[in-house]
Design a binder for this molecule. Structure first.
Ligand SMILES: [Mg+2]
Ligand SMILES: [Zn+2]
Length: 229
């Protein structure tokens, strides 16, 4: 079985443009080529999973979206960070294009795209990760059964339910990758040890504990803003 990192597209790999689909406007976010190379070196498949309701809303077609993904794939391949698969959800129940105006199983926070990729590539979901910038991404990853990291872009408040709780809140893409790889090395070590010792070491490893909600960065920052205001 292989392992993968599932990557949200907008706000994680590339600058978020409101319903943007122009290949010439793609801007990779800082640290992304380097971070993706590090993940590839450790044997992770790189799979993009992205909600693109602009198709259902009539802003662009699937053909235009695929052309954009082809360009993004070329840009990343050129820097040694090739993407193994692009999965997108073109649907939205409030769309205007009838074929896409449906309730589907692929729009995050539903886990459909991740589960489909796991079946297509033979991916072991429990050894895989999701990196997203909103809690709908995190929930999709958690519901699929992988471990999840939220990039803290300051837009999300603390999760209201356990299934929306990320394992780690990262300051930027490279911070997310470093957390993932640290955990990866930890689990490789654990695999080489035996039962009782594994449990002992796991129990004392502070890196394996999720960050408590009280230290939720965005919420803390907003509190600060309110107090100052
Ligand atoms: Mg996003
Ligand atoms: Zn869908």
């Amino acid at each position: 079985m292989r392992r993968a990192v599932f990557l949200d597209r907008d706000g994680v790999l590339i600058r978020n443009v409101h319903y943007g689909c122009d290949p010439d406007a793609i801007q990779l976010l800082s640290g992304v080529p380097q971070g993706l190379r590090l993940l590839r070196e450790q044997g992770y498949l790189l799979i993009v999973v992205t909600n693109q309701s602009g198709v259902a809303r009539g802003y662009f077609t699937e053909g235009q979206l695929e052309a954009m993904h082809m360009r993004l794939g070329e840009m990343l391949m050129d820097v040694g960070a090739a993407i193994d698969g692009f999965y997108y959800c073109p649907h939205h129940p409030g769309g205007v294009v009838p074929a896409y105006t449906v309730i589907c199983d692929c729009r995050k926070p539903r886990p459909g795209m991740i589960l489909r990729a796991c079946a297509d590539f033979g991916i072991e979901v429990a050894s895989s990760w999701l990196i997203g910038d909103i809690l709908d991404d995190v929930e999709a990853g958690n519901r699929a059964g992988c471990r999840s990291i939220l990039l803290d872009v300051g837009s999300e408040s603390a999760p209201e339910s356990p299934e929306r709780m990320p394992e780690y809140v990262a300051t930027d893409f490279l911070d997310a990758v470093h957390h993932l790889l640290t955990q990866h090395q930890g689990s490789e070590r654990v695999r080489k040890l035996g039962g009782e010792e594994v449990r002992k070491r796991r129990g004392t490893d502070p890196g394996s504990l999720p960050r408590p909600i009280a230290s939720w960065p965005s919420a803390a920052r907003r509190e600060g803003v309110r107090r100052r205001g």
